[in-house]
Ligand binder design. Sequence first.
Ligand code: SAH
Ligand code: SF4
Ligand code: F3S
Length: 487
Amino acid sequence: MEESISNKIDLDKIDINAQPPIEEPARQYYFMAKCREWVREFERKNGRRPFFFTQTFGCQMNARDSEKIAGILELAGFIEADSEEADFVIYNTCTVRENANNRVYGRLGYLHNLKKKNPGMRIALCGCMMQEAAVVEKLKKSYRFVNLIFGTHNIYKFAELLAQAFETDGMVADVWEQSAKIVEDLPVERKYPFKSGVNIMFGCNNFCSYCIVPYVRGREKSREPKDILREVEQLAADGVIEVMLLGQNVNSYGKTFDPQVTFAGLLREVEKVDGIERIRFMTSHPKDLSDELIETMAQSKKICRHLHLPLQSGSSRILKAMNRKYDKEAYLRLVEKVRKAMPGIAVTTDVIVGFPGETEEDFLETMDVVKKVRFDSAFTFVYSKRSGTPAAQMENQVPEEVVKDRFDRLLKEVQSIAAQKAEKLTGSVQKVLVESVNDHDASLVTGKMDNNSTVHLKGTQELVGKLVNVRLDECRGFYYYGTQTDA
Ligand code: SAH
Ligand code: SF4
Ligand code: F3S
């Protein structure tokens, strides 16, 4: 499913014997044409086209990046495979917590074995983990079978790097410290025909003291509103009905523009795009959530009644050490304001347990916020020490057993509240966007409600991509069984 200008570009018209153009994205299309030549050569030799496989770790931003990678590979003529038994395998990595890194190293051993069976196989690694010098060093030293390494800032150069990697059996590694550039109009292969992520900004300036993202994604930069709107219009023309606007802190969107454009202002423009029926966004930092945004959401017919508002900790003392720039009371007031403007809105959150120096009292403050706010769902994380971040230098790291105990108590509370809240909607009729045929039971389809909850209902492939009314018959804690209805 190619979209945007890649539909209109004919790679065969590009002269790959000429010098590559300097300007972007023309330069990348030149290299896509080169890659296409490599694919044709492969096909002549092997009697089939090469397969590729992408695996994404981490957040929605990484998922969107993987769609861009897939878009380029498909335009070059590769065919998507559903496992690592492929000719080109790329892992788009995350490094937000230690276990994200460990998973990648674990999988690399498996890839090495596959490569021994298929020596022509090419392996690539990209994404946030590659922005860490120590990781790249380790790969260069002990994982020589990896063919291509690049980072988050030069992902737009993927076609060029791929062409380079095909020309050598050795390792091509290109990781940039930073970049102010945003390259528009590269191809994208969407995972779903009916919904899509849309990047509105890249990077993060907040430097929460535990978090590695600002170091691996660089400084905040917003995409021009006109580029975002053109993309959303194009998506709508392609049949997309739900967009998710993506950024590490969408509430600070557009601050660098002159005149400034607010996130709320952008939402109002996106709302006007015909064909788009649902708008979501990720992630909102509580410190920058404006009254204008609340008002815009409340008045909107398309913005989903769901706000993901990461709390991280309920202790004002810990929030200060985390550099979050709000305290417990401000967070509680904010949620109250949001709920007053939009009764029934689902509020979800992220919580970290065991930040350095967290005492039992601090933890109880977190539990207190959880009980007061009654989140519809919450992602709970054990604090993970990320080298290079200020928190990693802090003394008084909390012992593992203590963290584990707090984590278990928090999870229990969060789950019990979420289940009670979910139960309350049983019997109601909700709009559901059907996303897929159920994996386990082919007589069912699975979709998402406005508030992001999952619903299973009787149906076939024909319902996929449609917004339907569903009566929620039964709540199973985190998901529902429902029946399609006209009402
Ligand atoms: N930009 C988003 C969060 C992106 S990271 C925001 O500010 O809300 C997603 C979540 O991972 C964070 O909300 C946080 O809860 C968690 N996280 C980030 N760094 C972490 C660390 N070092 N240890 C444990 N969890 C972490
Ligand atoms: Fe990390 Fe904080 Fe930026 Fe979110 S806002 S990405 S938690 S530094
Ligand atoms: Fe992970 Fe990078 Fe996202 S570190 S959470 S993939 S921005």
